[in-house]
Design a protein around this ligand. Structure first.
Ligand SMILES: [Zn+2]
Length: 229
């Protein structure tokens, strides 16, 4: 279905970007993105995806709003103690009527995934699930005042191959917002087909400077054969 007048007006400045077109926006509208996490990295990412016109967002989070989550752009101090899942969905619905946010559930059948959890184990698990499902996915992991974003288009080296160990330093709010926004942008570029590195890449954010490099498969990793790692 073609874009409505309201949608063209809403996304006019995005549609004119190089590599974007009304058909890209229609593709965004039909997309179903599984977003893992609803904390300080996921908050800016969810808002970015919703306001960019992603039609369906599946929010996946089981924690309550903590005081430090109020830096996540989605929550007010009065929401501390409430489930992040429902508070995030409420904030996204308030941000735009063009994107439907709902809880992730089994059988949701996402077409892409954005992993923004602070847990490395959960991130690896979510990335592996997305890879085996054959859908593009991006993992944003904050590390102190920087972090890394790993983009895994179908067939690219897996997240475990493409990521590097972090320092384990606690996340800084500014870094979390930057990583979440970078992660969302990276996934939007993959969906729009305007990726700089179709074979996958990692963006390292260090001291405010972002550097991208192509990822490489660790020799012997089962991802090269399309098998579970
Ligand atoms: Zn691998």
């Amino acid at each position: 279905m073609a874009l409505s007048e309201a949608e063209v007006a809403r996304y006019a400045r995005q549609i004119i970007l190089p590599g974007f077109a009304p058909v890209t926006q229609e593709f965004f509208r039909a997309a179903r993105i599984h977003v893992v996490g609803a904390g300080e990295v996921a908050g800016p990412a969810l808002l970015y995806l919703a306001t960019a016109g992603i039609g369906n967002l599946f929010v996946d989070d089981g924690l309550d709003v903590a005081p430090e989550d109020c830096a996540a752009w989605l929550y007010g101090a009065d929401q501390v103690g409430q489930p992040r899942l429902f508070s995030a969905i409420e904030a996204l619905r308030a941000a735009t009527a063009f994107s439907k946010a709902r809880p992730y559930a089994t059988g949701a059948d996402p077409t892409a995934a954005l992993v923004c959890t602070g847990s490395l184990g959960t991130a690896r698990e979510a990335a592996e699930r997305a890879r085996l499902a054959g859908i593009p996915h991006v993992v944003a992991m904050v590390d102190g005042d920087g972090g890394q974003v790993v983009a895994v288009p179908p067939g690219a080296p897996c997240y475990s191959c493409g990521s590097v160990p972090g320092s384990g330093a606690p996340a800084r709010p500014g870094a979390a917002a930057a990583l979440g926004s970078l992660g969302a942008l990276e996934l939007l570029q993959i969906l729009a087909g305007v990726v700089a590195a179709p074979g996958g890449r990692r963006i390292d954010l260090v001291l405010g400077q972002a550097r991208a490099r192509a990822t490489a498969r660790v020799p012997g990793c089962a991802c090269g054969l399309g098998r579970a790692i």
